[in-house]
Design a protein. Structure first.
Length: 116
């Protein structure tokens, strides 16, 4: 007999995801749901699947956790100005004059010893 891992929260959860046991096309989710759990036994769950009560084994189910509706917005991070930002922008302007661009859009940087 094969033993499956059964999540302990399946005994008390109100919603579950149901694994789809068929060959799926690419990029389709492996689980459907969340579905409401109507009743449960040790090995089976009765869930509401598209308006019908369907009995499924517990190894095909995964508990669904719901987030609370009151999610506090994160505080916006403070922007710290760097004292070297002006210096870097001047250096980048100087470097841009030495940069050549190929017809394919690539930047070509030649060594300083060859540019002088």
């Amino acid at each position: 007999m094969i033993n499956f891992f059964v999540n302990p929260s399946l005994k008390s959860c109100s919603h579950v995801f149901l694994r789809i046991n068929k060959v799926r096309p690419p990029l389709t989710p492996p689980y459907s749901g969340p579905h409401i759990v109507k009743s449960r036994t040790d090995k089976n769950l009765v869930i509401d699947l598209n308006g019908r009560n369907v009995t499924v084994t517990i190894d095909r189910c995964k508990p669904a956790y719901e987030f609370s509706e009151t999610i506090s917005p994160r505080a916006t991070p403070k922007v710290i100005q760097n004292q070297f930002s002006n210096r870097k922008s001047q250096e980048s302007n100087e470097n841009l004059s030495n940069v050549r661009i190929t017809r394919y859009g690539r930047h070509v940087h030649f060594p300083k010893r060859l540019c002088e």
